[in-house]
Ligand binder design. Structure first.
Ligand SMILES: Cc1cc2nc3c(=O)[nH]c(=O)nc-3n(C[C@H](O)[C@H](O)[C@H](O)COP(=O)(O)OP(=O)(O)OC[C@H]3O[C@@H](n4cnc5c(N)ncnc54)[C@H](O)[C@@H]3O)c2cc1C
Length: 385
């Protein structure tokens, strides 16, 4: 039998909210031993970067390409944290071109998307590196162990201690537990993790803790927006028609255009080797279903290029693709929480020594990185072990 490692604190998930929480916790609790468990191969979660093994030298931000902070309530904790990231040179103000395409595929430079309101920021490196830099900035004593490619499927709370188990049977113990994902709290866990009860409900039965009961009730009503992301590795000589040298360039489609072309947003990402990567996001159900049903992925990919070329046919800055570009497709079944947001008052149960953070909490950053960062900062303040 494998030995069970015990930590002061375990964090499930390695997205940006987990990294912000861990970084602050490590700074304020220098003697504590922390473990972070993530199913992916690295940090970043839905704001991470695909470093292609097949196509050398390409790094594409395939989830959130940048992030925007509106901070309409002028929250000082959030403001100070963003200033800290700027001072540390982890991020910079994103002054990339943002264009809204109207029906004639003409360009308007008006900012009016949930992903571009407020101030936009860009990681100085990639989005995955941002999460890494955040965590490592306060990990000089190497007090955190990382467990990647580890999927937690079961959680138990006994004798003031958490015991969590991975799909492979690895076991971890801790005094405190943080869930930065709501997968283990939501009914979608039944299908995804192939378990017969929502793991948190199994660990804390009904009527034991009002906060946990309420949290689970709110989550019953939370839905998710699925998305497809297409990563296009363009050919050697592909570039813009004009002279544009900033790192990213964003094209948003208005509603009618989104219905017609089934794309939501197109992000051009300049690579270190000067090649131009293109990332296309779609939340169009017909397109997602067509992808699921497609028997020949190559034919499906060619249709994506056809759509792209039609959309940008008369565009003054974007060139046509040639059909021999390489494309990878990423399917996000829960790219963004939607519907009901969870109140921040339910973030921490002292009785059960468990805390929660992520973009699924209430506030104007709901469903975005802003919400992930803010909820992590607020949780860390509540969390005095
Ligand atoms: C295509 C796309 C585009 C987006 N665009 C934008 C944008 O422009 N601006 C913006 O602000 N936001 C955007 N978002 C949303 C943004 O990416 C998220 O709000 C943010 O990254 C969420 O961070 P998080 O740490 O809260 O959650 P996550 O990043 O989801 O982190 C949770 C982590 O937990 C891991 N995990 C889950 N369950 C388990 C388990 N049982 N065991 C182990 N590990 C587990 C997951 O693998 C994941 O890495 C976009 C998202 C997508 C997918």
């Amino acid at each position: 039998m494998k030995s069970v490692v015990t930590y002061d604190l375990l964090i499930i998930g390695g997205g940006i909210s987990a990294c912000v929480f861990a970084s602050k916790y490590l700074k304020n609790n220098i003697t504590k031993k922390v473990g972070l468990i993530e199913i992916g191969r690295g940090l970043g979660g839905r704001s991470s970067t695909r470093i292609s093994k097949r196509y050398k030298g390409w790094k594409l931000n395939h989830g959130s390409p940048n992030f925007n902070i509106s901070n309409s309530n002028n929250n000082l904790i959030l403001k100070r944290y963003i200033d800290e990231l700027l001072e540390n040179k982890f991020i910079k103000i994103d002054d990339s071109g943002i264009f809204f395409l109207n029906e004639d595929s003409n360009l308007e430079t008006k900012k009016k998307s949930q992903f571009s309101c407020g101030i936009n920021y860009l990681s100085l490196d990639s989005m995955s590196e941002l999460s890494k830099m955040i965590i490592h900035s306060n990990n000089s004593k190497e007090k955190i162990d990382f467990f990647f490619e580890t999927l937690i499927v079961d959680m138990k709370f006994n004798d003031k201690e958490w015991l969590i188990t991975s799909k492979n049977g690895d076991k971890f113990k801790s005094k405190y537990l943080i869930c930065s994902t709501n997968l283990l709290l939501h009914k979608r866990s039944l299908k995804i993790l192939k378990v017969d009860q929502i793991p948190l409900r199994k660990a804390i039965p009904f009527n034991k803790d009002k906060k946990i009961d309420l949290l689970l009730k709110f989550l019953e009503e939370q839905t998710f927006i699925p998305r497809l992301t297409f990563l296009i590795y363009t050919n050697e000589n592909y570039g813009y028609k004009d002279y544009y040298s900033k790192k990213q360039r964003y094209f948003y489609l208005n509603n009618n255009l989104e219905k017609k072309y089934r794309f939501e947003r197109i992000i051009f990402q300049l690579q270190d080797n000067n090649k131009l990567g293109i990332v296309i996001h779609s939340k169009n159900e017909d397109l997602i279903n067509a992808y699921i049903r497609s028997k020949d992925e190559e034919v499906f990919k060619q249709k994506i290029i056809t759509n792209f070329n039609q959309l940008f046919e008369n565009n003054s800055v974007v060139n046509q693709l040639t059909f021999d570009e390489k494309i990878s497709i990423m399917k996000w079944r829960a790219s963004q929480p939607s519907g009901i947001a969870v109140p921040l008052s339910l973030q921490f149960s002292r009785k059960y020594r468990i805390g929660f953070c992520g973009d699924w909490f209430e506030g104007d950053g709901f469903g975005r990185i802003e919400g992930s960062i803010l909820s992590a900062l607020i949780l860390e303040k509540k969390f005095k072990t």
